[in-house]
Design a protein around this ligand. Structure first.
Ligand code: F6R
Length: 378
């Protein structure tokens, strides 16, 4: 069943190009071009759900919460809709005020996470006490439409990841992020927040992602496996990113914690100097995601601050960027890509790094201690 892979997690990492292809097929008009008068997306949500939104709130746990943070960035930067992201376990006891034009999105791979379900049930209840028509603005993003979530909410975007067995979420995360691209692009089109040409470019970029993930897997896996040897004794890791790659820093840290039991923290790179930089010394590797775009120079200079503390600097960055090559001790190259599409690529090496560090330590990667695939208790 593992098809020659040592663990389900590694098999699922390798399934990601196919998952992105399946999501592209399901969510987008693959023939779409700027000349067409129709929508570039086909996510099947009605006007009652998506028109006239004033705000979006996203509720989730763990890795799905990280996908929500990427979603916030897309909804705000592309569609221009104010978006907040909440931990379900917090939200259910301290809900935000709603307006009639608030869309609430629950993100849960399993569709069975107790906190997420409870928060959404609460939102449904609150809505039913407000004026009519408002109930429609509740959406679930899930890999299992037949789950409890599917029965609870009136609208679903299905993530096309196939069943995920490894406890550490990988391909379902990538599929959730794809769902957010489709939603954000649908809303961008509806609101005419970007030109058709800009949308066409974005779609072209999305179509190239599967081959680019394949390239990372082919060119980097052996190298990352080798690199993992260096961290046999490492006790702490820091992951840095900014903008749309800040959630990927969080996700890289979570993957490592979960399966290798190494302490890891993800930080927005600009926050390091406000405290966490005190943690750094030669024993703490710093993995920085540095993709050309709005914050590239800023991230590189944040990484240089870490260098001054003797930390080993590992950069997830395009190969041919001289300034990045000069900044980092170790490079994990990823293809050049529009910053807004980069999370789908930058997360791949971080999954591989977590996997190989844990596998090298001889740990049970697919069934880490103290964790269950879906958390059905509060
Ligand atoms: C991380 C992981 C967990 C889940 C979280 C939410 O690898 O698997 O953090 O993401 O428990 O699960 P779902 O998405 O099923 O609600």
């Amino acid at each position: 069943e593992k098809q020659g892979f040592k663990h389900y997690m590694l098999k699922e990492i390798y399934e990601q190009p196919g998952v992105v292809r399946a999501c592209l097929e399901a969510y987008f008009d693959t023939e779409w071009s700027a000349a067409k008068a129709s929508s570039p997306t086909k996510i099947g949500l009605s006007d009652a759900v998506l028109d006239d939104l004033q705000q979006v709130q996203i509720i989730a746990c763990g890795t799905s919460w990280h996908a929500g943070l990427v979603g916030k960035y897309l909804l705000e930067q592309l569609a221009g809709i104010p978006t907040s992201v909440h931990y379900a376990s917090e939200y259910r006891y301290s809900a935000s005020p709603l307006t009639k034009n608030t869309l609430t999105i629950g993100v849960t791979q399993s569709g069975e996470t107790a906190d997420t379900l409870a928060a959404l049930a609460m939102e449904q209840e609150r809505r039913s006490t407000l004026s009519s028509g408002f109930e429609a603005r509740l959406l679930g993003i899930t890999n299992r439409p037949e789950s409890s979530l599917g029965h609870l909410v009136p609208n679903i975007i299905e993530t096309h990841a196939g069943i995920e067995i490894g406890v550490a979420a990988t391909k379902t995360f990538v599929a959730q992020v794809m769902a957010f691209y489709s939603l954000a692009i649908d809303l961008t089109y509806r609101r005419q927040a970007r030109s058709s040409e800009a949308l066409e470019q974005l779609l072209d970029g999305l179509r190239q992602l599967p081959a680019q993930i394949e390239l990372i897997l082919e060119s980097q896996e052996r190298y990352i496996e080798e690199l993992a040897h260096d961290f046999a004794e490492t006790q702490d890791f820091i992951f840095l990113g900014r903008g749309i790659n800040f959630p990927i820093a969080l996700e890289g840290a979570l993957k490592l914690k979960e399966i290798s039991y190494i302490h890891a923290e993800g930080y927005p790179a600009g926050e390091m100097k406000h405290g966490p930089i005190a943690l750094l010394d030669a024993k703490v590797p710093v993995v920085t995601i540095a993709m050309p775009g709005t914050v590239f120079e800023k991230v590189l200079s944040n990484a240089q601050e870490a260098r001054a503390r003797d930390a080993r600097l590992i950069g997830v960055t395009p190969m041919d960027e001289q300034e990045a090559a000069d900044t980092f001790d170790t490079l994990i190259p990823v293809p050049h890509v529009d910053e807004i599409l980069s999370p789908i690529l930058t997360v791949i090496p971080l999954q591989l790094l977590a996997y190989h560090i844990a596998a090298r330590r001889g740990l049970d990667v697919d069934q880490p201690r103290n964790l269950a695939k879906s958390v059905t208790v509060e």
